[in-house]
Ligand binder design. Structure first.
Ligand code: SF4
Length: 379
């Protein structure tokens, strides 16, 4: 995200990995995103990522909540760029998808191999292999393939047809106003993403329906573009502007502003070697004091601690347990070394179980991709 001094406005770049957000409230105001908190009373037993404000904002989420309540059709749509193994960011998005799928939504999950090619230069045969692992991860986390449509962008003719159709209704100045000046391949991949987002509303996937897209805030330009296109093509195809949710960005484990592939100590993947994960966690940045004596006297600072943040986002679902961890840290009743050991145990238990489940789903994932292989592609 960059701040334009001249216009005094923030701009978001969905293709940049340098996002750093300090003021979520201002961001919401700037981009017309509504805070999620006022909707919480409408949600029965909200999961931890909703009640703790990890999902901080939304556009038109009311439409989804109403559809779920009335048992009416809705969809949850998201995807992954097949550039590597699932990491913590993808884990959060997948938990959201599964949550909305369990609430009654059709899950539409896109393997964004065209974007991986345009943005990361990953050849299609390589992204195909990565996608098998990604799908196995999604299934291992609980995505129900019977109520999901999983596809590869390069193989989905309807997505390409829609992108072509949308291209006719969009001028260069509209697309430049949203994304700035980029090469045409990225504009094409933006049109493809908009087509992905609106795909669940096509007749053969059940027709127009509210669709929620869980994203990080940096992906908001695609949401705004998709909503604009949905308005423009409402008369022709009946599209309802898609809804969205926005999650906070977790800091890197090393204390850097964001987990990044360029910095392996800042994150781990769900398929990583257990010893490597342990090592990263035991060396993670904390809110501990310089000496044990100081920590016992003054207490730690959980607000600054990546280990605590990891628990808030992913690994402690029970609010009482989290509060207990917070208070013990604040009161100096626990030292960082001991605290980390407990968190490492939790994380490793989760990862071990996940990797076991993932292995069991590899064949199913491969079959899904092989079915996709039968579709023609010219890329
Ligand atoms: S005691 Fe735990 S929560 Fe507190 S700063 Fe240390 S590692 Fe973080």
């Amino acid at each position: 995200m960059t701040y334009n001094e001249k216009s005094q406005r923030f701009t978001l770049d969905p293709w940049s990995s340098d996002l750093k957000v300090e003021d979520y409230e201002r961001l919401c105001q700037e981009f017309g995103i509504k805070p999620l908190k006022p909707l919480l009373p409408m949600i029965e037993n909200p999961p931890h990522f909703l009640r703790r404000g990890i999902i901080f904002g939304h556009r038109d989420l009311e439409l989804i909540l109403e559809a779920a309540k009335k048992n009416e059709p809705f969809a949850v749509m998201s995807g992954i760029k097949p550039t590597g193994d699932f990491h913590l960011g993808t884990l959060l998005t997948m938990r959201e998808i599964i949550y909305f799928q369990k609430a009654g939504g059709l899950a539409v999950y896109c393997i964004a191999d065209i974007e991986a090619y345009e943005d990361n230069n990953i050849p299609f045969d390589e992204s195909r292999q990565i996608a098998i692992g990604n799908i196995a991860d999604a299934l291992a986390l609980g995505l129900d393939p019977k109520r999901a449509y999983i596809y590869r962008q390069s193989k989905e003719r309807r997505v390409k047809d829609l992108a072509y159709l949308f291209g006719r209704g969009i001028t260069l100045s509209t697309i430049t106003a949203i994304y700035g000046e980029r090469h045409l391949g990225l504009y094409m991949s933006a049109l493809i993403q908009v087509a992905d987002i609106l795909l669940p509303q096509l007749k053969d996937l059940g027709g127009p329906k509210p669709t929620v897209v869980p994203v990080g805030i940096d992906q908001d330009p695609h949401i705004r573009f998709a909503r604009d296109v949905a308005h423009r093509f409402h008369e022709k195809l009946g599209f309802i502007p898609p809804s969205s949710t926005y999650h906070r960005i977790m800091r890197g484990l090393d204390g850097s502003p964001k987990m990044s592939k360029r910095n392996p100590m800042s994150y781990f993947t769900l398929n990583e070697d257990l010893e490597s994960i342990k090592w990263k966690l035991m060396n993670a940045y904390t809110g501990g004091r310089a000496t044990a004596k100081e920590q016992r006297e003054l207490g730690g600072i959980p607000e600054q601690c990546c280990i605590y943040e990891l628990c808030v986002f992913y690994f402690v679902e029970d609010d009482k347990e989290l509060l207990d961890m917070y208070m013990k840290c604040r009161r100096g009743e626990v030292l960082c070394g001991d605290c980390k050991i407990k968190v490492v145990e939790k994380v490793i238990k989760f990862i071990e179980e996940h990797q076991r489940r993932r292995n069991r789903f590899i064949d199913t994932a491969r079959s899904l991709i092989e079915e996709e292989d039968q579709k023609p592609s010219y890329l």
